[in-house]
Design a protein around this ligand. Sequence first.
Ligand code: ADP
Ligand code: ZN
Length: 635
Amino acid sequence: MSAAHSVLHAVFGYAQFRGPQQAIVSHVIGGGDALVLMPTGGGKSLCYQVPAIVRQQAGHGVAVVVSPLIALMHDQVGALHEAGVSAAYLNSTLSYEETQEVEWRLQGGDITLLYAAPERLNTPRFLGLLDDLHAQGKLSLFAIDEAHCVSQWGHDFRPEYRALTLLHERYAGVPRIALTATADALTRADIVERLQLEEARHFISSFDRPNIRYKIAEKKDVSNQLLRFIEREHEGEAGVVYCQSRKRVEELAQTLSQAGIAALPYHAGLPAEMRQQHQDRFLREDGIVMVATIAFGMGINKPDVRFVAHVDMPKNIEGYYQETGRAGRDGLPADAWMAYGLSDVVNQRRMIDESPAEEEFKQVMRGKLDALLSLAEATDCRRVRLLSYFGEQYGQPPDEDGRPLQSAARSTCGNCDNCLAPPALWDGTDAARKLLSTIYRVHEMSQLTFGAGHIMDVLRGKDTDKVRQYGHEKLSTFGIGKEYSEPQLRAVMRQLLATGALGLHKITSENSGYSFDTLSLAEGSRAVLRGEVEVQLREAVAASRSKSSKRAAKPNVAAASLGPDAQVRFINLKAWRAEVAREHNLPAYVIFHDATLAAIAERNPATLADLQGINGMGAKKLEAYGAEVLRVVGG
Ligand code: ADP
Ligand code: ZN
């Protein structure tokens, strides 16, 4: 057995490496540089933790893990301690004395993995320390976690990451492994350039998350839609609800709480202690729903998040994928649910238009938004589209060098809303042409642009004050769209905005100062008007379709297949785990995952030997908890 395998078994208690882990681990142990692209939950941590342990045992010293996730370092280090690995962190939360102690341990060669915030790499004091270690050959590797933070194209640019270039220059010869869960081609190229990883081997995994079910619904009354979704499908389970604004976060958290759901708000405007407290509760307690802005979640490695909901549309597919990826890290079934409507399209466009960025940058952002809109409007498999955005054909995962494996591409996944219940379609080509003609005529007559409401009124031949004020009832297009309902026309507009046939213009009223968005024809409108493109739309789903009754209380997903006796053992084990976690001030999953507890409950062990080989039961944990576990299942 290789050194890497013994570490995997003895320290982490896992039987096998997953996917490309083994190739990555041996490359880095051998001293090579690596760029690792792996989806959330794919198992990135082991890719540097195992090499760090193996290289330390071989006398190479400490591995430095650069991570922006300061709030999580305590738990990450705690998890390593639980597994019997010597680890520490350096960040702004430590006192002077604590920092000094870590530095002494570091100099004494007592630390295998050191987590450090990126800004440390800019301090002469820390660099001096690394210089000394390097001079003695005691720097075993650098791991750069969340590597997309180095790129301004990523959704989470951190200027401090730019300083990481110095690692290559100053510590030549020390292997570097950069890891991220999001990187389209642009971001990926940027990472390679910024971190000088030209020589690194690339390990690109399939980005598919087969256990996540994607669902995108039309937004109607979103708080109610969300409530029904949680009550029906995720009662008592942990989840994250993403909102665009702080105000919405607070309102929704309250609505959910009033409905008896254990919901907590999280956004950057809340006091730091409250944020920390809410995050701790989310990680440590069972079944908390976090209602949050995107300020929440980076690196939250809670494995049993059963759903991620977006009540507002995110900025782009990278963000959507990163956020939804926080569901189901444990590999058990999970949902990604999003509601979106015309207002989302309008808001996102406006945010881009009004941002002070360069035009070139705005163009990139618009392109990214368009890709997300076409995902939302799609009538075919969501997974196929998501993966193709990341350059992957579904069913043809790339090999470790990023080349597609030779197998047939697939066009359906069987685990998204469109695959499970193919939507009825209607041909919106005629409606789209009428809508565009109306916008054209109205502008021609009045030399003004108008909002969606007024355009629909003209098209549907409604007699309103505004129609008469502008004389729009005289237009040839007045009333030519009588047969279309407002929801249908909204769907047409969303699609036309998504495909670039329509553009938005902001108008500010001189009287009230109130501003609103108006519609105008854009580049793509010609092809639609000429009848060169078809506009296929999903049939609006009647709200009554969702009247199916509440699901019966369902057991924890990890324990779903256990018999009644094993269920009792599972529940007892969970109660015991909660106590241990509290004593150690760590999240429960750091002690044992649900899946490990379920496996113990199923095996019904009588001796320590019976516990061996259970996934997640490493040597240190067996020694520390084995006897206790036997007592708990023994009753
Ligand atoms: P990522 O950082 O890629 O999102 P993690 O490193 O947090 O993923 O791993 C996700 C989960 O999978 C963790 O709970 C981890 O313990 C588990 N895991 C990783 N590798 C393996 C493996 N080889 N066998 C079993 N479980 C694994
Ligand atoms: Zn599908």
